[in-house]
Design a protein around this ligand. Sequence first.
Ligand SMILES: *Cc1c(COP(=O)(O)O)cnc(C)c1O
Length: 412
Amino acid sequence: MNLVNGRYEIDGVSVLDMCTEFGTPLYVYDSNVIEAQYNRLKQAFKDTDVKINYACKALTNINILKFLNSLGSGLDTVSIQEVQLGLKAGFRPEDIIFTPNGVSFEEIEMAVDFGVIVNVDNISVLEQFGAKYGSSYPVCVRMNPHIMAGGNAKISVGHIDSKFGISIYQIKLLERVIKNYDIRVTGLHMHTGSDILDIDVFLRGADVLLESAESFPNLEFVDFGSGFKVKYSPSDNTTDVELLGKKLTKRIKEFSKTYGRELHIMFEPGKFLVSESGYLFVKTNVIKQTMSTVFAGVDSGQNHLIRPMMYDAYHHITNISNPKGTNRIYSVVGYICETDTFGWDRKLNEVHEGDILALHNAGAYGYSMSSNYNSRYRPAEVMVYKGKPYLIRRRENMEDLLSTQQMVNWEF
Ligand SMILES: *Cc1c(COP(=O)(O)O)cnc(C)c1O
C-alpha cells in the first residue's frame, strides 16, 4: 500500500474506492506482494533444488491458491479438506504435501487415495501405515528436533513437550518400525514454530534433521518447514532468508556429498508468503472519549481478526481517510461484546467517525481464523491483480448464517 498524492492505493487502486465499492469490513490482498515474497525465497535458495509449498492454512481462498499454483508453488496442507481445496485449485497431487497431526487413519487413507505426499508424525500411525501399504506408497516422516523456537508458546511446535513430530530420541524405535513393515521413507520433515527470527535456530534444527538422515537410505527430499518472521511492527526485525539461504545451501551441499545423492529441499511458508500482502479495512463507527482513553470503535472485531487478542500480536494501524491529520493517541477496538482490542494507545492521524482504518499484515491467519461470533457476517475478500481489484469472496448474509441450521417443526 502506498500513499500517492494524498491517497492510499494498492497497485494503483484507491483503497477508499474499494471500500466504497465492496463495503467494510474488507480484506484486500495485493498479489504483487505474494509474488515478490515467493520469488525472494526462491532466489535465496537458487543454488539448491528448492520447492516451496505454500502452507495454505494461513489463507485458503481458492483464488489465492490458484495464484500460488501459477507461480510454481506447491501446497502444504494440514487437513483433508485443504487437500481437496488444493486439488480443486489445480495443484497436482504430487505437489501437495499432507502434514496433519492427530487426524484419524481414515483421513490418511483418503490422502493416499488422492495421491498426495503423506507426512506422518506419530509412530503408531506409521505402524498402521506400514501394515496397510508396506513399501507400496512412499511416506515422509516429521521429526521433532527438540528446539524451542517461535514467537509464542501456542506457535512453538518443535520443543520437547510438543505434540508434533516424532522425537529424535525415538529414532531407534522408528528404524525398527520402518524395517518391520518395509516402509519406504522418501522424505524427512521438521517444522519448529512461527515467527523465528534467529536463523541459527533453523540451522540447528537442520543439523539435527540431517544427522538423522543416515537412518533413511531412500530419501528424495528434506523439508525444513517454516516459521520465517515477517515485519508486523515497523521496528520489527525479520528472518534474514538470504543469509539463511547461503548457510543452508552450503550445509546441504556438504550433506549431499556424504549422503551420496543430491536431495530436493522444501519449505512450507504460510505467513512469509501472504501476511504482508493483506489488509483488513474497517470503518470507524464511534469515537468514544472516556476519563482515560480515546477509543476508536470499528465495524469489525475478534470475529474477523483474532491474532491481536489470541496471540497478543501487533498489527500496525493506519488511518486511510485522513493521511495528513494531526497525530493523536487512540485505542482501536472492535464491536464484539468482549474486550477485543486491535491496538492500545496507537498514534494515528486524527480519526473521525466514518474514517477507514487499515489493519496491516492481515493476509495470514486473518480470514482463515475468522468466525461468526456475535452472529456477524464474515467480510468480503478482494485480490488486487495487475492493477485491478477482483472480488474473490462475497460478504456473508443472513441466509449464510442460517444455511446449516435445521428448521425443525417443534410443537413447543
Ligand atoms: C502452520 C504451518 C506452517 C506455516 O507456518 P507459518 O509460520 O505461517 O509460515 C508450515 N508447516 C506446518 C506443518 C504448519 O503447521
